[in-house]
Design a protein. Structure first.
Length: 398
C-alpha cells in the first residue's frame, strides 16, 4: 500500500486523536503503542519505518515525546490545522479532568489500588508488548539490528533517565552508520514531506531559543504574574527530554520550591494525573489553576498549559523539515535504521519498567494483561476498546 496517498482533513485528525485522548492510559511509552496501532496498523497513515523515525526524532527533541509524535502525525496528515487538531484533541480530555480536579471536582477516584485503574495499567502492558513485538519484526530483524535493540534496552535499563534514552538512540544511530548496510528507502519515503518551508523551520527554531533566553529577563523586568507563569512553564517544557514523569522535578521546583503551591497539593495533583488518560504534561493545567499570584482557575490553567506545550510545537515545526531532508541520504538511512532498532529497545525497556512493574502486580492483573494481548494480537481488537474493557473488568473484579 502507498502510505503517501490519501491526505486527510483536520476534522478527521481531531476525531481520531480525541478518541485516543480519552482512552490512552499508561504514560508516554504506552501512548506510542496506541499511536502505532491507530496510525500504522489500522489506518496506515504512515509506514512502520516512518513512524519509528518520528519517534526517534521526538526522543531527541526536548518536550513531551508522545505529544510531539502526535503533533508530527497531524502535521503530515493535514498540515498546520492537522497539527493543531492533534494537539487539542489528544490534550483536551486530560486537561479538563485536571482542571476539574483543581477546582474541587472529586470525580476521579484516583486511589492507587482502585480496580478500574489496575485494569487500565494491565491493558497498558498488552498495548506496549504488542507494539514492541510488531515493531521488532520490521525494525529489529536480523542479528545486527536485534543486537542494537538489545544493547539500547540495556543502556536504558542500566541508566534509567531521559539522558539514558537519548544516549541509547544516539548509540543505535552510530552503530547503524558503522555496522549496517544502507537500506533502500522505505515504502512511502516520499510521504515524509511535510508542509513546512525551510524558512518557517528556521524561524520556529530561532523563536524557541529567543523565548527560552528572553522570558526570564522579561518576567523579572515587567513583574507580571501572567508573564511569570508563562516563563516558569515554558522553561519546564523546554528543558526535559522524553516528557512524562521527567518534567515533575522542574514543575516542583517552579511551584513548591518557590512557595507558590504546598507539597500536599502538588502530590494530590500528581496522584490524579496518574489516573487520567493523555499526556502527563496536562498536570500543568492543575498547577496553573492553583497558582495564587497569577491568573487562577481556567485562565491560569490555559496559560500554563499553553506555555508548557509551546516549546514542543516550535521544535516539531522547526525539526521536521531538516529531518526529512536528512533521511534521504544513504548514510543517514543507515543511522536511522540503527536508531529505529534502538527505539524497539527503548520500548522493550519501558515494557519492563514502568509498564510491567506497575501493570502486572498480581495473578489477576497478569491474566487481564494476557487476555488484552490476545484481543489485540489475534482478534485484532482496537486498542481503545481493549482499554475500556480492561477498565471495566478491573472495576468489577480487581
Amino acid at each position: 500500500m502507498d502510505h503517501a496517498r490519501g491526505k486527510g482533513s483536520a476534522l478527521e485528525v481531531f476525531r481520531v486523536f480525541f478518541l485516543l485522548g480519552v482512552t490512552s492510559f499508561g504514560g508516554p511509552v504506552a501512548h506510542l503503542g496506541y499511536f502505532r496501532d491507530a496510525f500504522v496498523v489500522r489506518r496506515r497513515w504512515l509506514s512502520e519505518h516512518a513512524y519509528a523515525e518520528l519517534v526517534a526524532l521526538c526522543q531527541f527533541l526536548p518536550g513531551p515525546a508522545s505529544s510531539q509524535v502526535g503533533m508530527a502525525i497531524g502535521l503530515r496528515r493535514a498540515g498546520y490545522a492537522g497539527m493543531l487538531a492533534a494537539f487539542v484533541a489528544f490534550t483536551l480530555p486530560s486537561a479538563l479532568l485536571m482542571l476539574g480536579f483543581a477546582l474541587g471536582v472529586e470525580a476521579l477516584g484516583a486511589e492507587q489500588g482502585a480496580g478500574w485503574l489496575l485494569g487500565l495499567k494491565a491493558a497498558a502492558v498488552a498495548v506496549v508488548a504488542h507494539a514492541v513485538l510488531g515493531m521488532a519484526r520490521s525494525l529489529a530483524a536480523g542479528a545486527r539490528r536485534a543486537t542494537i535493540a538489545v544493547g539500547a534496552m540495556a543502556v536504558v535499563l542500566l541508566a534509567p533517565s531521559s539522558l539514558g534514552q537519548v544516549l541509547a538512540i544516539a548509540l543505535g544511530a552510530g552503530a547503524g552508520l558503522l555496522w549496517l548496510t544502507s537500506p533502500a528507502p522505505p515504502e512511502g519515503a516520499e510521504d515524509g514531506a511535510v508542509p513546512v518551508s525551510r524558512r518557517t523551520a528556521v524561524v520556529s527554531l530561532v523563536l524557541f531559543v529567543v523565548l527560552l533566553v528572553a522570558l526570564p529577563t522579561l518576567a523579572r523586568a515587567v513583574a507580571s504574574p501572567a508573564l511569570d507563569l508563562v516563563d516558569s512553564f515554558y522553561r519546564a517544557g523546554s528543558l526535559v527530554f522524553g516528557g512524562g514523569h521527567v518534567v515533575l522535578p522542574l514543575l516542583e521546583a517552579e511551584t513548591v520550591g518557590r512557595g507558590l503551591i504546598d507539597e500536599e497539593s502538588f502530590l494530590a495533583g500528581y496522584g490524579a494525573a496518574q489516573a487520567v488518560p493523555g499526556p502527563l504534561f496536562t498536570f500543568s493545567a492543575y498547577l496553573g489553576a492553583l497558582m495564587p499570584s497569577a491568573p487562577t482557575g481556567i485562565a491560569g490553567a490555559a496559560i500554563a498549559l499553553g506555555a508548557i506545550f509551546l516549546p514542543a510545537v516550535l521544535l516539531v515545526v522547526g525539526g521536521l523539515p531538516f529531518w526529512e531532508r536528512l533521511r534521504r541520504s544513504p548514510r543517514a538511512r543507515r543511522a536511522l535504521a540503527g536508531a529505529g532498532a534502538a527505539v524497539v529497545g527503548l520500548l522493550a525497556a519501558a515494557l519492563y519498567d514502568p509498564v510491567l512493574t506497575e501493570g502486572a502486580t498480581s495473578a489477576a492483573t497478569v491474566t487481564v494483561a494476557g487476555i488484552a494481548f490476545l484481543a489485540l494480537a489475534f482478534w485484532k481488537a482496537p486498542a481503545w476498546a481493549v482499554v475500556i474493557a480492561a477498565s471495566g473488568v478491573g472495576f468489577l473484579l480487581l
